[in-house]
Write a protein that binds this ligand. Structure first.
Ligand code: GRF
Length: 201
């Protein structure tokens, strides 16, 4: 069975959707580990309830980002992790981890990239007044929210939507799209050619 890890720093609703998709067979792989950098994050409670192994690795326990990432890599290797899934991990992935897991780190972004990059994708799109927004799953590279796009799905913003109602729709869509993308990636159904990722038959 293929092993993957989820990295999260906060609430963890995507983590939970992924863990449940593993349990019900929508993702045919083993969620071997949650890596979390925040001791008080709610995602830890979710992992305990869902019986997923937790590694708490705090940045402040290391003198450099390099050492922090080397520790993470050591744990990933010990657990034979083949894919890293970022789900609300509030850190920029550095050189060491990118090198060790080249094209094997994915992220979810709550807007249609390359629009509305950064930490406030839903709010930025809403305040801009877009009529269509959505969710993007992409590979992670050294450019913030800039790696190859794997899957995208759109949502229409209605005139009566509030930021809260849009957030709820985006999160619901994330919880469907991310498990689908992870299952494709981990089962080698995504082909990368140049910067373009496509789904193979
Ligand atoms: C999600 O909106 C995701 O797109 C973004 O961070 C948020 C994490 O939410 N990268 P949660 O912790 O999974 O509930």
């Amino acid at each position: 069975m293929k092993n993957f890890a989820v990295f999260a720093s906060g609430n963890g609703s995507n983590f939970e959707a992924i863990a449940k998709a593993v349990k019900n067979g929508r993702i045919k792989a083993h969620l071997a580990l949650l890596i979390c950098d925040q001791p008080n994050a709610f995602v830890i409670k979710r992992a305990q309830r869902l019986r997923v192994r937790i590694a708490l690795i705090k940045r402040e326990d290391f003198s450099s980002k390099r050492d922090f990432e080397l520790k993470i890599i050591e744990i990933l290797k010990e657990n034979k992790i083949g894919l890293v899934v970022l789900a609300g991990f509030m850190r920029i992935v550095g050189e060491k981890l990118l090198e060790a897991y080249k094209n094997r780190i994915v992220n979810i972004h709550p807007a249609l990239l390359p629009s509305f990059k950064g930490a406030h994708g839903i709010k930025d799109a809403f305040n801009y007044g877009v009529k269509v927004t959505g969710v993007t799953v992409h590979f992670v590279n050294d450019e913030l929210d800039g790696g190859s796009i794997i899957l995208q799905k759109e949502i229409t913003v209605k005139d009566n939507d509030t930021l809260e109602s849009l957030e709820a729709k985006i999160h619901k869509l994330e919880h469907e799209l991310y498990p689908q993308a992870i299952n494709l990636i981990i089962n080698s159904k995504i082909k990368l050619k140049g910067r373009k990722a496509s789904v193979t038959q």
